[in-house]
Design a protein. Sequence first.
Length: 295
Amino acid sequence: MSELLTTDEAAAYLRLSERKLYELVANAAVPCTKVTGRWLFPRAALDRWVTAGLIVPAALARVAAPPIVGGSHDPLLEWALRESRCGLANLPEGSEEGLRRLTQGEVIAAAIHLHTLDGDDEQANLAAVGAAAGLHDAVVIAFARREQGILTAPGNPHGISDIASIARTGARMAQRPAGAGAQLLLLALLGRAGLATDALTFVKPICPTGSDVAQAIRSERADCGLATRSVAAAAGLEFLPLTWERFDLVLRQRDYFLPGPQALFAFMRSPAMRERAAELGGYDVEAIGEVRKVN
């Protein structure tokens, strides 16, 4: 069967009448696209749509999501949400939790930075959104590339250079919640180094954000942790660079043109945004605002 189904093929595939399918199309409740006057239905998107249980009454499908950006914490994004006066609140709980909330309609957008064991981090965000049940209508917007690394006290008293050296020296490490992008990066780095998580000495409690990691180090509760260069600079800590990562915003296509997101996107393209990114350090905003993926 073709990956793009015609109307009659899609109706048969979904076991719906063509009339019912046209009703779903009219209500923007089913993944489809119009090409040269014909409706076509991506079979993979239909599978995700059905799996997620998205065949619901149109009125329910259109319930507005709260004006909240969930997902990962980022100092530049936090500043942009405030300065743009877009009316969107921030709920930083980690990348995977942000995607979950977006799928459930609990936030209007999610900020994500994901990592994989095989090292293909450039495509990790796109792959996760493409595979997520319930996000058949998602769009991924580039926010920035960020520099992630190891934070230590000034002078790097433990002589840390990489993940293996943290294990070797027994340095106490602050960690992020399960599903947070920085925690996924840590697991990927451990895997690539051939180390298990029990090779590291973690401190408690878990740090919700990168800023909390920095505070744990400043208070001497931890010796090191993963966070961005901007977090290290703001806290006056040593920064040992590890990698550059994609930090993206994900939202539903129907919400892209709402006033809140549009105000944020307009501000993201402003000179003030680029000046702030340079001031914070560790950001590449050359592609900011670009559409990276449309499901």
